[in-house]
Write a protein that binds this ligand. Structure first.
Ligand code: DLZ
Length: 212
């Protein structure tokens, strides 16, 4: 039987060439995670997002995603003086410092070399994709993490106004997770949902920019 479920493709082609996107992913269930991250990155690039504007960071498990995403969003809004990476202790591909000379104040000794000012581009993220793979075990752990993470990620995007794409699979079995990453073990390989998340990030990043 065919299904009516699924994402209808947008009729608009969104241009991601001016967007900066962060992907924060968990490392639990890594083979599935890797496929989802690759799918998301491929679609971001297909939409024109530049390599240097895609920042990928990892955390241990899905439970850590909301805090890490919130730090990434906060860090991307810092002014000159500290890079986003400094805040998290991370190295961000897109935050590069440049050195410029400041104008000497009037009346000061102009023979002395001007002080050097470090300008770090204040380039906020237009969207963040949170990727995790939760697979139900025999305890209530799964339910608690699914519930708290989904609520926290929703709250984060509503509170900050930065789209946070919900890339967390909440699978009841290994096979469900594999199928949603295009890695199905049978003839049906399924579909890589990471691709949808990449497209969603570009659409929401573009729309939210135009709505502000
Ligand atoms: C502990 C745990 C378990 C049992 N299962 C998963 C999972 O299926 N997917 C996932 O992303 N993380 C899992 N974790 C780890 C928690 O998310 C978290 O990293 C730890 O509880 C430490 O806070």
């Amino acid at each position: 039987m065919t299904t009516i479920k699924g994402l209808s493709p947008s009729t608009t082609q969104f241009d991601g060439s001016g967007l900066r996107v962060a992907i924060v992913h968990a490392r639990w269930n890594k083979s599935v995670i890797d496929a989802l991250v690759a799918g998301a990155v491929a679609k971001l690039k297909e939409c024109g997002v530049k390599d240097s504007n895609i920042v990928v960071q990892s955390v241990p498990g899905s439970f850590e995603l909301p805090l890490a995403c919130s730090k990434v969003i906060a860090g991307s809004h810092v002014q000159a003086g500290a890079s986003a990476g400094d805040l998290l202790g991370l190295t961000f591909g897109g935050s590069t410092a440049s050195l410029t000379s400041a104008k000497p104040p009037p009346g000061s000794d102009t023979s002395a070399p001007p002080p050097t000012v470090v300008n770090i581009p204040n380039t906020p993220f237009d969207a963040v994709i949170a990727i995790g793979v939760l697979i139900k075990g025999s305890t209530m752990h799964f339910e608690y993490i699914c519930d708290s993470v989904s609520h926290a990620l929703m709250k984060l995007q509503v509170d900050t106004g930065v789209p946070v794409i919900f890339g967390v699979l909440t699978a009841l079995t290994d096979d469900q997770a594999l199928l949603r990453a295009g890695l199905g073990r049978g003839e049906n390989k399924g579909h890589n949902h990471g691709e949808d998340w990449g497209l969603a990030a570009v659409e929401m990043g573009t729309k939210c920019k135009s709505w502000t």
